[in-house]
Design a protein around this ligand. Structure first.
Ligand code: WTA
Length: 635
């Protein structure tokens, strides 16, 4: 029996049991049989959650691009690796074969090397969803350099923070990016960011929109020219299993974004194995994940997981609403997509549009539908199932995180019976635990608690860049010997998991994690603002939207309130990005606080959600009188 491709429920249970009884033997077999190594490991697993220290396949040597590209060349060289579907449907799609991918990645690696990039260096990539983004990340991996991809919707301030945190000396960007009918001045954002980044020596610029941009002599260079003259082969640098492959920033509930560090071998093995099973990928299928590569979903399931399996993966530059709300369905028909992986927020937005947009397209190629990023509500699940899947394609509601590297709790399509709103069962090798508030594990079924994982899996993030203590404190101190996810979950009568949402101050808006603290800091920088508190409230498309309670320095501040609201959102857009804008802003004369001065967000959350019938005990507050005042003035 091959454990690599699970096809029946009984087989899932058997393989799961094996993976949990003897994880080392299990993962060793998967790693041995399905990947190419320059040197095998000395030890499969070494771990200690109290330090925390986790090492998989220690002593092994490899290059992930040999697994994602070179090894396919003899058998799949002319197969399409990447289908690039541009923002504008009138622009022709590109089919990039494994041979072409190899050549482009090697050229890019040579250019980076010529610009001084070596093994272990950090390279910041700030690009739209164009083929060069894939080439650049793989080129870094080819050199053994660590890529740090920043989602190209982040502001200059967010970008400079990330560049400086990882001490990147080089940035890869483009003149601009398209977003539906609009184009965005990416290079201008980079220029502004670099005013704060004295260590950046080179900026390599892809020409995408043809916009007029400033090029700083000595620092900025057009990439196309360099690539044209670069050599199309590059001997892959051999790295150790535990060498970092990339850094990817994610929001925490407090403080600066966390640069999650993923290692090479474990990440490769786990993303490849999950990709194969969670999407039941078969040779010649076309897989499409609509996420941006700037998020973990794009890293793991547009690039590394699919390419490690020799798959054909779609890279889509556009948005679901351009040129109209049928774009997703048009692309599925055009490229005969077999597996489609998207976010509940996109499904909810498209479900609001006329059904004709879906029905006029032939979606019969679809075999598997995926969902990720936030809980998928029942209504959206049924809409997706009925109208996109025509009740024929199982929906995989996949729960995982930037920190987990790969999918953790999920059905296996055609294997696990699905239930709307349930991510169902742990993936092979994953040992979830639900904990109560006293730190005890809740055994048995029909329990609800905080979701932890009790045993390491190969793609767990190894640290936070430059701050191992924060890594330990955030994930490994809440519950002894457990990785704490920050999510709540329940286990039903048959053992299926449903994720109930974040239990910390991270709010998921349209599938994006937003920490409240950085947004509050951004608001507080407005000269008229004394203090603020952000909470989430339910939103029918975004899942959650942001509600800001803002206290002004001068209570009687006479300025136009609407203007102030605009200025506050402008401030957030500049410091973080438009994704963190507030839907509602209420000016208040005070914020409810405990006697120790902590803002009682629980109360604010209830007020923002219009659920004030049971606010709990407010008598212990320092200023209970503000609660009624806030309720009376709800916007
Ligand atoms: C949430 C995205 C419910 C969860 C891969 C998690 C989900 C956070 C699901 C991580 C799901 C993700 N059901 N909630 N299927 N998938 N989440 O780091 O709160 O961007 O902790 O990784 O998204 O978001 P991140």
């Amino acid at each position: 029996m091959s454990n690599y491709h699970i096809k029946h429920l009984e087989e899932y249970f058997q393989v799961y049991r094996k993976s949990v009884r003897n994880p080392e033997a299990f993962w060793e077999e998967i790693a041995e049989e399905h990947f190419v190594w320059r040197k095998k490991w000395d030890k499969v697993l070494e771990w200690d959650f109290s330090k925390p220290e986790i090492k998989w396949f220690e002593g092994a040597q490899l290059n992930i691009t040999e697994n994602c590209i070179d090894r396919h060349l003899p058998t799949r060289g002319n197969k399409t690796a990447i289908i690039f579907e541009p923002n504008n449907p009138k622009e022709e799609a590109q089919h990039i074969s494994y041979h072409q991918l190899h050549e482009q990645v090697c050229k890019m690696a040579n250019v980076l090397k010529d610009h001084g990039v070596k093994k272990g260096d950090r390279v910041c990539i700030y690009l739209p969803m164009i083929p060069e983004l894939a080439f650049a990340m793989l080129a870094c991996a080819r050199i053994g350099a660590i890529h740090s991809i920043v989602f190209a919707g982040f502001s200059s301030n967010a970008l400079s923070t990330r560049i400086n945190d990882a001490d990147c000396k080089i940035v890869i960007t483009s003149d601009g990016s398209y977003r539906g009918a609009k184009s965005i001045d990416l290079k201008g954002i980079v220029d502004k960011a670099l005013e704060e980044c004295p260590n950046v020596q080179s900026v390599l610029v892809v020409k995408r929109t043809g916009a007029e941009i400033a090029m700083k002599p000595g620092r900025d260079k057009w990439l196309s020219h360099l690539l044209d003259n670069a050599y199309g082969d590059f001997v892959a640098e051999i790295v150790d299993a535990e060498d970092p492959l990339f850094i990817l920033y994610t929001s925490g509930s407090t403080g600066r974004p966390k640069g999650m560090v993923h290692s090479t071998a474990g990440y490769m093995v786990y993303t490849a194995y999950t990709f194969k099973n969670v999407f039941q990928y078969r040779e010649n299928d076309v897989f499409w994940c609509t996420a941006d590569i700037g998020w973990i979903t794009g890293h793991s399931y547009i690039i590394y997981g699919p390419l490690a399996n020799g798959a054909t993966t779609v890279l889509f530059e556009g948005v679901p609403s351009y040129p109209d709300h049928g774009r997703f369905w048009e692309v599925i028909e055009k490229h005969k997509v077999n597996q489609f992986y998207t976010a509940p927020t996109a499904i909810r937005a498209l479900a609001k549009e006329n059904l004709d947009f879906v029905e006029k397209h032939d979606l019969s190629s679809l075999k598997v539908l995926g969902s990720v990023g936030e809980p998928i509500n029942e209504e959206a699940w049924h809409w997706y199932n009925n109208n996109v899947g025509k009740n024929q394609s199982p929906i995989v509601d996949t729960w995982w995180q930037t920190e987990t590297g790969g999918i953790m709790i999920t059905p296996i399509p055609y294997v696990t019976p699905t239930t709307p709103t349930f991510a169902t069962l742990p993936f092979i090798g994953i040992q979830p635990a639900l904990m109560d508030e006293h730190g005890n594990e809740l055994k048995g079924n029909q329990v609800e608690g905080r979701l932890c994982i009790k045993f390491p899996w190969p793609s767990i993030a190894r640290t936070i860049w430059g701050d191992h203590d924060r890594y330990r404190d955030t994930y490994f101190t809440a519950y002894k010997d457990q990785y704490f996810t920050g999510d709540g979950a329940l286990r039903d009568a048959v053992g299926y998991y449903r994720i109930t949402g974040r239990v910390d101050d991270v709010i998921i808006v349209s599938g994006h994690n937003l920490g409240t603290a950085p947004i509050e800091d951004a608001i507080n920088e407005h000269p008229a603002v004394a203090e603020s508190a952000i909470v989430g409230f339910p939103h029918d498309v975004k899942g959650n939207a942001l509600y800001g309670f803002v206290m002004l320095k001068e209570i009687g501040e006479s300025r136009d309130r609407e203007n102030l609201r605009k200025e506050i959102n402008q401030q957030i857009t500049e410091l973080i990005g438009p994704i963190a804008k507030l839907d509602k802003i209420q000016f208040v004369s005070g914020l409810p606080k405990t006697r120790s001065g902590k803002i009682m967000r629980r109360i604010l959350r209830k007020i923002a959600s219009n659920d004030v019938s049971n606010l709990g005990d407010t008598s212990t507050l320092l200023n209970p009188e503000v609660v009624q005042e806030i309720i009376d003035q709800v916007v």
